[in-house]
Design a protein around this ligand. Structure first.
Ligand code: ADP
Length: 304
């Protein structure tokens, strides 16, 4: 059965909720805390699995309590984990999130841990998983050099590639030829083009500039405004789903996972974008990132 390979990181999101974010030197009593799965790669793999897609996650974790949590959550979601290395010498990633319950604002410190030590040699063991997959999906939370090598390997084996270039990091333009779909959000698109994106016209300009740099197909996600796609000829704008958004953390991950799933089902581009837009919209109606990904049934029920 055809599947998607996702290379990325798992982190345990540990959030502390309170009336505000404490200031330097301050100690305050908060209202609750929560530990949930995070990391763009893990979130995107979870989005695919929740929709019923077959997915193999490629990553590295430590041999500790949060590593156990990663294995438990990935397995519960039926994500294939034979390429998740366990390194007793490293820690599993964690993100410390201070959340202001009044404004929804947050301050986050991410400790990438084990996957920060990944080398090309580590990945060589898992190249067969990438080669045999239909689609390879990745982000930039793993070491950039290793990620780019994986994209190259995937493309050399005719695997369809999606790069969600987040968080924004410098990429050598020579690697753009290994990317089929490039999916920045507004802030990331600005980083790669120096064009500030305030409206759809700006998104068009930025996408055009990315195509001139050698990228093939661009999807700029525009938060509550929706998204813009172009391959240099066709242009598609899709408005965001009309939902009651309560937490937009992980919306981009839901979009990327949903889009990869739709391509695996061989949906034509416009249908795939509409589908992923629904997956992302629904993910904003629930708290959390990995835990907020919708099922196929929920997506199919959504009419707008
Ligand atoms: P990121 O989470 O990476 O910053 P965006 O904020 O651009 O990405 O959101 C990704 C996608 O999630 C959007 O293109 C849209 O489909 C969906 N989305 C985000 N915010 C909302 C919202 N408030 N209402 C409906 N859909 C949303």
């Amino acid at each position: 059965m055809s599947y998607i390979s996702v290379f990325g990181i798992f982190v345990a999101d540990i959030s502390f909720v309170g009336k505000r974010i404490p200031t330097v030197g301050e100690s305050m009593i908060g209202s609750k805390y929560n530990i949930s799965p995070g990391g763009k790669g893990c979130n995107q793999a979870t989005a695919i699995a929740k929709l019923g897609g077959k997915v193999s996650f490629i990553s590295k974790i430590g041999k500790d309590a949060y590593g156990d949590m990663a294995i438990k959550i990935l397995s519960e979601n039926k994500i294939e984990i034979s390429a998740v290395d366990i390194d007793p010498k490293s820690q599993t990633g964690v993100a410390g999130i201070m959340l202001d319950e009044t404004t929804g604002k947050n301050a986050i410190n991410v400790i990438v841990g084990a996957p920060a030590t990944l080398t090309i040699k580590d990945l060589e063991k898992h190249f067969n998983i990438i080669d045999k997959s239909e689609i390879f999906l990745t982000q930039l939370e793993t070491p950039v050099g290793v990620t780019l090598e994986c994209l190259k390997k995937a493309k050399e084996n005719n695997v369809l590639t999606i790069l969600n270039p987040a968080p924004a990091a410098k990429i050598d333009n020579q690697f753009f030829k290994y990317v089929d779909y490039f999916t920045p959000n507004e802030t990331e698109a600005e980083f790669y083009t120096d064009i500030k994106i305030l409206n759809i016209e700006d998104a068009k300009k930025a996408a055009k500039s990315l195509i001139q740099k050698g990228l093939k197909k661009i999807i700029i996600t525009l938060g509550e405004k929706g998204l813009f796609y172009t391959d240099g000829k066709e242009e598609i704008f899709i408005e965001a789903t009309k939902v009651k958004a309560i937490d937009t953390i992980g919306a981009g991950d839901a979009f990327n996972g949903g889009f990869a799933y739709a391509l695996l089902q061989k949906k034509p581009i416009k249908e795939a974008l509409i589908f992923a837009n629904k997956v992302a919209g629904l993910s904003t109606t629930k708290q959390g990132a990995g835990n907020a990904m919708p099922s196929l049934e929920e997506v199919n029920k959504l009419t707008n």
